[in-house]
Write a protein that binds this ligand. Sequence first.
Ligand code: KG4
Ligand code: ZN
Length: 355
Amino acid sequence: MLKILAIETSCDETAAAVIGLEHASPIVLSSVVSSQAKLHAAWGGVIPNLAAREHVKNIIPMVESALHEASLTPQAIDAIAVTEGPGLIPALLVGVSAAKTLALAWQKPLLGVNHLEGHIYANLFTPGSALRFPLLALIVSGGHTQLILMRDHFLYQLLGETEDDAAGEAFDKVARMFGLPYPGGPEIGKRADAFRLAEPAFSTKRFPRPMLSSDNYQFSFSGLKTAVLYSLKKESAERLTDTGFIAEMAHEFQEAVVDTLVGKTERAIQEYQPKTLVIAGGVSANARLRERMETMIADYSDCQFLMPPFQYSLDNAAMIGAAAILRYDRMTESDREQLQQHASSLEPSAHFPLA
Ligand code: KG4
Ligand code: ZN
């Protein structure tokens, strides 16, 4: 069985995994993640140099535990994969340097992988899943909001993206306004979901649905963020610390984001008639987004809907290994030799484009 050791350090998770290929599908032999979220929470967001320092501490232990959990020695690994970008350069550099060193020491081919490609291929960890093309991917992470059309494996066409904040970034910034800790997405999600359960009939639309009716696939979340800010400014100090009020605002904000994401995705489904819809990136862990996408896609019976298992929605190395092993499997012997010869020339890229 082909086996790849994968490393991910693009933001605030140090992660390593071993991925195998069975019946042409990637399987997780091990996957370990060390999250720095608590450390960065004190600053309200990720500090790149602090992230890099933590990656330096954690990268070797993570690689060791990934190999240990898979009960494999370095000799048994066919190749090494690492996130090349996009991401924070100081953070990416740690993973890339470690991967280059291991590739040279162990004489293995080295593959650089796009982080967003990894998020898309995390959908293959959903039991029984297969990607059928054309495929529409909604990428929603802390750094990206993009609608991507794939006509085949590794062929990406950008349909549209955010013109300002990413969806996850908007969750994080608005959470801060609500006095909630970083990362804000799960915090807002929890409160909004609890509010909806308690008040199922509640339906004011306090906030705008940015660009929902515009005739394109662009997104914008900074106006929504400002609308939340202005609406908080009108409130008394007591209201701002009232957990019930914050839950209501969290619900209103989440509905505005989800309406926009689902609406734009549905427009793309009508135009491109994909056979698969996937959601990818940290915000794909959002329960309301998952539920609303499932409801929407029920009207399009020719399109299957995939979402990554919860633990592979957030940053991890298994997804990097999944994309890498499918690429590696398609390569000739001479392609693989090239990867080994050029291992030392791999450099991280902050804005590594997918399409
Ligand atoms: O993909 P990811 O782990 O890292 C990047 O590549 O950016 O995404 C992180 C983002 C953060 O902004 C976080 O707040 C958001 O994903 N996120 C969520 C949820 N879980 C994580 N947003 C909304 N609801 C969630 N449950
Ligand atoms: Zn990510």
